[in-house]
Design a protein around this ligand. Structure first.
Ligand code: DAH
Length: 339
């Protein structure tokens, strides 16, 4: 058949003209595809007598192998060209100075937590930690907050659909107060402890978050009075805010686990926030029923407890008036506390 050697030459040319893999595959179709020249020649064999069929068949197959070899060779060339391009485009200048690592910082609420711990440690308080998934006896009942008592509805509780090993219903602790019970049952008086940590309530707006932080305080001995509470808490606030220019007042209140109970209010007497009473903590003299649940005799042991919101302390210290940015993870906000 005429022009067969031309065909190899044409294939070489067409393949060489292909500038990328897709163009090459198009060029291939013109020779080896269903409508391709080589395929047409093979089809033409049918019309030949057996002897010519054999010789022509062998010749066309040799041709076909040549074209295939050319194709492979061009494929490899194009792959190399593409790789060279990529390597050139992605060059890495190893002499450039590094970008540095972003340094992490401590979250403002955790900074407040750490300050609180340091201050209370310095006046002899132990620091305790306990479970965030708490049984309802420790979270409520032991704190003189019996089942079906309306005071339970002061706290919108996340109930967990499980019981603990003793069969007690579990809740996400609504406050750090259950740590009073846990700690007091594991230690002997004098008991002097704070328990900071995460707490949970079904609540979400500008001043409430479903997860928030509290710090519990408890001081139980034979002669601890409200006067001690006032002294300790006032000293704490002065250390925390690094100023003596603040006043503290106790406002009568109700908590099931204290009697009498009080809200602690504070007021800055100088600075931008001066002159406004700010509610800062719940507190009170630990209720005799609770002291008994500590495993102690309320005739012998007496003392105070308080529970304060760490976000509230952080907001006042840093002048933040919305709770939400603390939990949104926006670095423009958070990095301001780590300069
Ligand atoms: N647990 C209370 C709450 O979350 C706060 C509180 C009030 C804690 C009085 C106390 C206390 O220890 O004596 O609202």
């Amino acid at each position: 058949m005429a022009g067969s050697d031309d065909l190899v030459e044409r294939a070489r040319e067409r393949f060489a003209q292909a500038r990328d893999a897709a163009a090459l595959e198009n060029a291939k179709a013109g020779f080896l595809g269903r409508q391709g020249a080589v395929t047409a020649m093979l089809r033409g064999l049918a019309a030949l007598d057996p002897a010519r069929k054999r010789t022509e068949g062998a010749r066309i197959n040799a041709l076909k192998r040549e074209v295939e070899a050319l194709l492979e060779q061009r494929r490899a060339e194009l792959a190399q060209v593409e790789l060279d391009h990529r390597l050139a485009a992605e060059t890495l200048d190893v002499t450039l100075p590094g970008r540095g690592r972003g340094r992490g910082g401590i979250h403002p609420v955790i900074q407040a937590w750490q300050r609180v711990e340091a201050i209370f440690r310095s006046i002899g308080f132990d620091v305790a930690d306990g479970p965030e998934i708490e049984n309802d006896w420790t979270n409520f009942t032991a704190l003189n907050n019996p089942e079906n008592h309306p005071a339970r509805s002061m706290q919108d509780t996340f109930y967990v659909d499980l019981n603990d090993a003793q069969g007690l219903p579990l809740v996400l602790r609504t406050h750090t107060s259950p740590m009073q019970v846990r700690y007091a049952r594991m230690n002997t008086p004098p008991i002097k402890v704070i328990a900071p940590g995460r707490t949970y309530r079904v609540d979400n707006d500008a001043t409430h978050s479903p997860m928030f932080h509290q710090v519990e305080g408890l001081w139980i001995a034979e002669d601890i009075s409200f006067a001690d509470l006032k002294g300790v808490y006032t000293d704490f606030l002065r250390a925390f805010f690094e100023t003596d220019a603040l006043s503290v007042r106790f406002r009568s209140s109700f908590f099931p686990f204290t009697e009498p109970s009080a809200e602690i209010d504070m007021m800055f007497t100088s600075g931008p926030n001066r002159g406004r009473w700010l509610e800062i903590s719940g507190s009170g003299q630990v209720h005799p029923v609770v002291v008994r649940n500590f495993g102690l005799d309320p005739e012998q042991y007496v003392g105070f407890a308080f529970g304060s919101g760490l976000e509230r302390l952080a907001m006042l210290r840093y002048g933040v008036d919305d709770l939400r940015p603390f939990f949104e993870g926006d670095l423009r906000f958070l990095s301001q506390f780590n300069r």
